[in-house]
Ligand binder design. Structure first.
Ligand code: ATP
Ligand code: MG
Length: 306
């Protein structure tokens, strides 16, 4: 059984009168991709930076690989890779010089060219940081996090500003790191990213946990009704078995059903027999984004005074 990489118990943090974290508890297993989600201001960066040892907590317990990050132990720092939400690298160094500098902080860094190639910056190896585009800078941030070959990675919105291709590449890199047994702690506003990468998610809002689960089962998503949609062929009438469930939206018909196998059977066997084509036919379930929006709607009271 995998051990626990990160443990958080009743974590609290205030900024003046603002309670940014109001007692959150969760754990992350070794080798897991864990995603912390929530609206702007929910407390994600605060949590991540406490785990990284960059911010002090007011209350609760925190352990990363068995260390309390607040104590700044070197042995922990050497096993952590970090992508901050906003990075501060020296703009006058080149890509290679930057990665080389960070490699120097770790006892067993990954080879320089391998790190640069993993994030797709080989062409920009000798460019100064000032000359990089926003997405390329973000890739450099990811390269820095990988430089030390860490066993735990904290990635605070790692792919913000990436083009779709670069995002896919980053996902593959992260999947590859998971296959190597690394633990990955991610925050993201991209539900596609979370669906693709995360084993488990916790959603926070206004400093409290409001949901947790796997991307597929969050808030009973796997049991939610499926929706079947198609264009009704002209001058046709739906079979009696599904007529009562059908709703018209302009030219389209939608059917909400708990039993899509049966409903599709009724629908398509009727269409095939009548030699009709059901244009635009699709079956969907609520996406992670649908579920996320439902959970977080109305709970965005971050910023409320204590
Ligand atoms: N250094 C600070 N001083 C004062 N308030 C802060 C500080 N850092 C964060 N906050 C406040 O704490 C709350 C949580 O902020 P945090 O950065 O953790 O949110 P987040 O979930 O990372 O949001 P985002 O999705 O926008 O990155 C916000 O209301 C924010 O304004
Ligand atoms: Mg943040």
């Amino acid at each position: 059984m995998a051990g626990i990489a990160v443990e958080v118990l009743d974590l609290r943090k205030s900024y003046g009168s603002l309670q940014a974290l109001r007692g959150i508890s969760f754990s992350v297993a070794e080798g897991e991709v864990f995603a912390l989600l929530g609206p702007n201001g929910a407390g994600k960066t605060t949590t991540v930076e406490i785990l990284e040892g960059f911010r002090r907590r007011d209350g609760g317990q925190v352990s990363v690989l068995g260390f309390d990050p607040a104590l700044g132990d070197r042995r922990l720092k050497q096993q952590m890779g970090i992508v901050l939400q906003t990075s501060g690298v020296d703009p006058y160094l080149t890509v290679a010089e930057t990665v080389e500098m960070f490699r120097g902080y770790y006892p067993k860094p990954r080879p320089l060219n391998e790190v640069i190639s993993l994030v797709g910056l080989t062409d920009k190896k000798d460019s100064r940081v000032t000359k990089l585009s926003g997405g390329q800078r973000r890739r450099l941030d990811v390269a820095i996090a990988l430089a030390g070959d860490p066993s735990v990675l904290f990635l605070d919105e790692p792919t913000t500003g990436f083009d779709p291709g670069a995002r896919r590449n980053a996902w593959e890199v992260i999947k590859g790191l998971k296959d190597l047994g690394k633990t990955i702690f991610l925050t993201s506003h991209s539900m596609d990213e979370v669906q693709f990468l995360a084993d488990r998610v916790v959603i926070i809002s206004a400093g409290r946990i409001v949901a947790e689960g796997t991307p597929d089962t969050l808030a009973g998503r796997e049991k939610a009704a499926a929706s079947i949609r198609f264009k009704l062929p002209p001058a046709s009438e739906l079979p009696a078995a599904i007529r009562s469930q059908a709703k018209a939206h302009g030219d389209f018909i939608s059917i909400e059903t708990q039993d899509p196998t049966r409903a599709l059977y009724e629908l398509t066997s009727w269409a095939v027999q009548a030699q009709l084509t059901l244009e635009g036919l699709e079956v969907t379930r609520p996406s992670l984004e649908d579920v996320y929006l439902e959970i977080t709607e109305g709970s965005e009271t971050a910023g409320a005074p204590a």
